[in-house]
Design a binder for this molecule. Sequence first.
Ligand code: ADP
Ligand code: ZN
Ligand code: ZN
Length: 724
Amino acid sequence: MPLIARIALNRPLRRLFDYIIPEGFELTPGQRVRIPFGRQQATGLVVQVGVEPPPGIALKAVAGAMENWPALPAETFKLLSWASDYYQHPLGECLFTALPPALRRGRIAEEKKDQWWRAIDSGSTIPANAHKQKALWDWLNQRSNGAPTTDILRAGFNRAQLKALQEKQLIEFVSPARPADFDEAPELLASRPRLSEAQTSAADQLASPNEGFAAFLLYGITGSGKTEIYLHYLKEHLGVQDQALVLVPEINLTPQTVARFQHYFGARIVVWHSALNDSERLATWLKVRNGEPVILVGTRSAALLPFTNLRTIIVDEEHDSSYKQGEGFRYSGRDLAVYRAHLNKCPVILGSATPSLESVHNAEQVKYHLVKLEERAGNAAPPVISLLDIRSRPLEGGLSRPALNAIEQILAKGEQALVFVNRRGFAPVMMCFDCGHMVECPRCDTRLTYHRRDRAMRCHHCDYQTAATEQCPKCKSEAFKPVGQGTERTEDILATAFPDTPVVRVDRDSTQRKGSIQGILNQVNTGKPCVLVGTQMLAKGHDFPNVTLVVVVNADGGLFSVDFRAPEQLIQTLLQVSGRAGRGTKPGKVLVQTCHSDHPLLKTLCEGHYLDIADQLLKEREEGQFPPFRAMAIFRAEGDTMEKSLQVLDTIKPLANTTGIETWGPLPAMIARRADKHRAQLILNARNRKKLNSLLTGICQELDQRKLPAGVKWMIDVDPQETG
Ligand code: ADP
Ligand code: ZN
Ligand code: ZN
């Protein structure tokens, strides 16, 4: 009887396909194969071999293997299979997410980049009659750095000669990531600051990779020197052959962090993020897969890479919502990192000044070891946060007089200020003061944001945009005005108020060009007086030693949101942005403008003890029966009418009718129409995660069988970040 392989395809199908393994072929799980599929050939990944063939079906045979080794090694394969089940996403798509785009498309797993060769030994053992080999050896021997294959071929030699010399061990590969190339690191280490007493005590609490799996929550206030601890940890504990993974939220926003790692570890650092092109991705993927001893600094999807000798995982800013994939395979890079460490029996360090409530809860349950670092590194002190009630104050571009005065004072001292506005553009609404008309997106249930620099009205929820007009588009009145604050408007006010000081805007619009963020950071790092104005982007891990004042234009957005995560996210953003103040030798001050200065959440913010706030928020979560005390999943539907979307969710609701599981909805989403899709959701809230998981598996199977109305798509989101 022929052997059968069960194969996954890169398609949104919750099923696998069986193929005959031709005589003489050997396949292992994780291996890429070419298979006949319909009238075409497709690239598949072997999931299982030696399965019982289903009776009565004539199976086709595998056409060939793409490599004779598994593209996904056993541990990566296990991780993805687990994730497929946990997030209820089709296995094939999960597995293919871990391949670089070139390999998904079926390209050969070979680096296009040249292989470099170098001469070794004396050359004396070359047979006298092998003139060409001798000539090649001499040629290479003259080049102390070696030479790439293309140059060798161009010089008139061939691959057979290379192979012959390699077999005699007279030449060798020169691989750029060999440990020998990392010799520069120890010197640089000497130039790094010594860990403070507090840092040393924190670092001592982290177990070494030899001690197996352990998860550490490194709670270190902003500027406490967490990055420095990561660097020392890796230096101290990572063997020369070991691989390490450092997850960061968004690399392009914090080039400084990568630079610090590179300073310390040189060529051993490789990066992984969305701005890499396909061949860079393939090259890096191959390094990781080949077991080169890299320290990979990457965003979310780096958690899925095929490491073969991973010994340490670090997740920086572990609370950051960008770790959760928002569409398709909706995994959390942070959570997969923890599971991966567990599979791999290695430590994982989750670092943050504002850890997620999930992680704080895990630390309270002693699943994670809590390591605290509650003083700032060097001579810096934590910033002092105070609320500025703006209820009856006149505002200019969102800024109150006391805030402008405070900025003026620190500029006079030669220091820098940072102004945080939570919206880009000039104003979130254009309104007619005659007829009351507000300009809306024709495709979404939202208003258009006015971008004055580009004279455009843009939707921030779809790609719609239109030219800005001077008059109300409805009644032609001239009393057509921007309402509310965006970064552009605040920038203008600041530029008028401080004509002699550079005002630098940092938001998605001003940093779109490649390298522009670096230019902005360079300007700030000169330390000369300036005012930074920007969005969330400014809250992310930057180290600006001369910023001594942070002004939050308006803190009230998240106070009354229906999303159960809103208070947590508000506090995290405010503390992170506050943390940019006073990181150098001068003390920092934070002014938070609000209309709700007696709100308990903002009051505790000023006391600045994040873990106390987290405890308070966790109590509220427990009372409201929200995660992390419950396991949550959301079914979402997007249809060409709201009726159809609700209809699909109405089909699901009775399937979820079991004890221990509550369903909320179905209800239209907060933005019910987006890009002309009508969106609704059904929330499932369970006491027991296992029970929820098996229920979801059952529902997904059932839905695949049923005939649902055309023009609606449904999807499932486990551990959702947003419940709007
Ligand atoms: P975090 O990652 O916790 O925000 P960083 O590691 O970026 O903190 O450190 C904040 C600042 O303090 C950086 O400028 C860093 O170079 C400096 N720093 C960190 N550790 C020390 C130390 N032991 N001695 C002096 N300066 C330090
Ligand atoms: Zn009008
Ligand atoms: Zn829109």
